[in-house]
Design a protein around this ligand. Structure first.
Ligand SMILES: *[C@@H]1O[C@H](CO)[C@@H](O)[C@H](O)[C@H]1NC(C)=O
Ligand SMILES: *[C@@H]1O[C@H](CO)[C@@H](O)[C@H](O)[C@H]1NC(C)=O
Ligand SMILES: *[C@@H]1O[C@H](CO)[C@@H](O)[C@H](O)[C@H]1NC(C)=O
Ligand SMILES: *[C@@H]1O[C@H](CO)[C@@H](O)[C@H](O)[C@H]1NC(C)=O
Ligand SMILES: *[C@@H]1O[C@H](CO)[C@@H](O)[C@H](O)[C@H]1NC(C)=O
Ligand SMILES: *[C@@H]1O[C@H](CO)[C@@H](O)[C@H](O)[C@H]1NC(C)=O
Length: 458
């Protein structure tokens, strides 16, 4: 799993021989004919996404990263991606709502007694991988399954607020989690509506994304309207009850940091700058990010840090959008504190407690597939990914897909033009360093409980 998930990181690090060696090892040694139960979502974003990304790199379907063709490659990774998705299809059959079971056994299918509750993001963030698989195989069935799932979820939105909860019963369609927010359980659902539109050009996805963005703005966003020019409290996005929009708690989670990246893709750079600054305050306060932070109590609610990529990702995307050296400075701080707090002899370790910096014997695969990839790209200005940035899209697991006319539905849409609009920023010339003025940054720091001296140790 670790070696599959980190394949295209080797391409980003431009180590062709190691990439080819890893591809060969995976082809020769990995089989999905295994009596194991996987989460459909995790297997899709980590395994399918990576196999597809590497397949496109190896076949020059994605020729934007340089020539990584391998003489004896014969489409094996695509075959493997196809194989594991076929093994997961039973999850999509025979539920009363048509929403997928969250877990499936790769040999036996859906096991008796399997749980019926899925998180929204788990069911609703499969479209990039299933869609690309369909287009590479010329078999629309996978994309159709992912689209149906999204449409069904969408229909379960609350009639009054238009919001989705975070957990739903796939048999009854009843919401088991009524929390609506930008973090765990929902994050990549929003992200994939926008990214699916960018990749495939289908207006339905854009419309869903814009509707969701409206509900988010109406119900979750608090604080001044324009972060960079208005007065009042800095913006913050809170967790609300999907049924009435009332605030349900006072924490934000680390996954939510990825929303800054969605805002960048959407062209809302000012908003992204402020959103990112909230997490920067937390990073400065702890040197890493607590899984959940209570902004009211100004203390962590959940204290581990599993080396998550979202803050590094947002830092990278904001740097690409603004070119402000502020983000290089932030990246430097991230790298320094990862080295200081989590580096161990054989890798990097999950921080068990952000306060005392105790560690766990665990390194998640997303550390190599995403965290290191984004940090590397932040500083490697001449990397092919940065040179061809506007034609590439990162999946929610950091796998790199080309934005290609071949994947677009409507020929009339020019993908390059679209992205030009959403990724360009003219912030650079008319902004001071740092992009958010010091008073506003300090105000955000205070809101998050960082007063400038917590991380003495670093
Ligand atoms: C590629 O990775 C291998 C294995 O880590 C390493 O020995 C080699 O020096 C790397 N090559 C380059 C060009 O970085
Ligand atoms: C991978 O498979 C090849 C060929 O079957 C075998 O020789 C090799 O030992 C395997 N390597 C690992 C690391 O399992
Ligand atoms: C960007 O993509 C183009 C088109 O495939 C390719 O010719 C070029 O080499 C790429 N740039 C870099 C720096 O790899
Ligand atoms: C899932 O729902 C089905 C159909 O309603 C039910 O028979 C089954 O017991 C449920 N499974 C669990 C683990 O609750
Ligand atoms: C894709 O499938 C369709 C319908 O089965 C077929 O008409 C078309 O020729 C196929 N295209 C390619 C490139 O294989
Ligand atoms: C993309 O943006 C650049 C800079 O704003 C502009 O010069 C160029 O014409 C745009 N390209 C397209 C295809 O719109």
């Amino acid at each position: 799993m670790m070696s599959i998930d980190s394949l295209d990181s080797l391409v980003v690090f431009q180590n062709k021989s190691e990439f080819h060696r890893a591809v060969r090892l995976i082809i020769d040694n990995v089989s999905f004919e295994k009596d194991v139960t996987v989460q459909v979502f995790e297997a899709t974003i980590r395994v399918v996404g990576s196999l597809l990304s590497s397949h496109m790199i190896l076949t020059n379907e994605n020729n934007l990263l340089g020539d990584y063709r391998m003489p004896d490659y014969d489409g094996e990774l695509l075959t493997m991606a196809h194989d594991i998705v076929l093994r997961m299809l039973p999850a999509f059959e025979n539920t009363l709502t048509g929403l997928p079971y969250p877990r499936v056994n790769l040999i036996k299918g859906v096991l008796e007694g399997t749980i019926n509750e899925t998180c929204t993001a788990g069911a609703g963030s499969l479209l990039l991988e299933f869609g690309v698989l369909s287009r590479l195989l010329n078999d629309s069935s996978f994309e159709i399954i992912a689209r149906k799932t999204n449409a069904r979820l969408w229909n379960f939105r609350d009639k009054r607020t238009g919001l989705l909860g975070n957990v739903i019963d796939v048999q009854t369609g009843e919401w088991k989690g009524i929390l609506s927010g930008l973090g765990a359980g929902l994050d990549s659902f929003y992200e994939y509506m926008l990214k699916a539109y960018i990749l495939f050009g289908d207006e339905t996805d854009l419309k869903m994304y814009l509707d969701a963005q409206d509900q988010i703005w109406t119900h979750m966003r608090k604080g001044r309207a324009n972060c960079r020019s208005d007065d009042g409290q800095p913006p913050i996005y809170v967790n609300v009850d999907m049924r009435d929009g009332k605030v349900v708690n006072t924490w934000i989670d680390a996954l939510q940091a990825s929303f800054a990246g969605v805002l960048v893709l959407d062209g809302m750079i000012d908003e992204a700058v402020c959103f990112h600054a909230l997490y920067y305050a937390l990073w400065k306060k702890y040197g890493v990010l607590p899984e959940r932070y209570n902004w009211h109590l100004k203390a962590p609610d959940v204290s581990f840090y599993p080396l998550r990529p979202e803050f590094a990702e947002a830092t990278y995307l904001l740097y690409r959008a603004t070119k402000s050296p502020f983000y290089l400075h932030v990246g430097r701080e991230i790298i320094d504190s990862l080295n200081m707090h989590s580096r161990v002899r054989c890798g990097f370790a999950t921080v068990h407690d952000v306060v005392d910096k105790t560690l766990e014997d665990r390194m998640e695969s997303f550390f190599l597939s995403e965290t290191t990839k984004y940090l590397y790209l932040l500083f490697d200005e001449d990397n092919p990914v940065n040179k061809n940035y506007s034609r590439l899209l990162f999946t929610t697991e950091g796998h790199i897909f080309p934005i290609s006319n071949k994947f677009r539905d409507a020929e009339s849409l020019s993908p390059i033009l679209d992205l030009n609009v959403s990724c360009q920023s003219n912030l650079v010339e008319d902004t001071l360093f740092p992009p958010l003025n010091e008073n506003r940054l300090t105000q955000i720091f205070k809101m998050m409980g960082y007063y400038g001296n917590e991380v003495q140790a670093s």
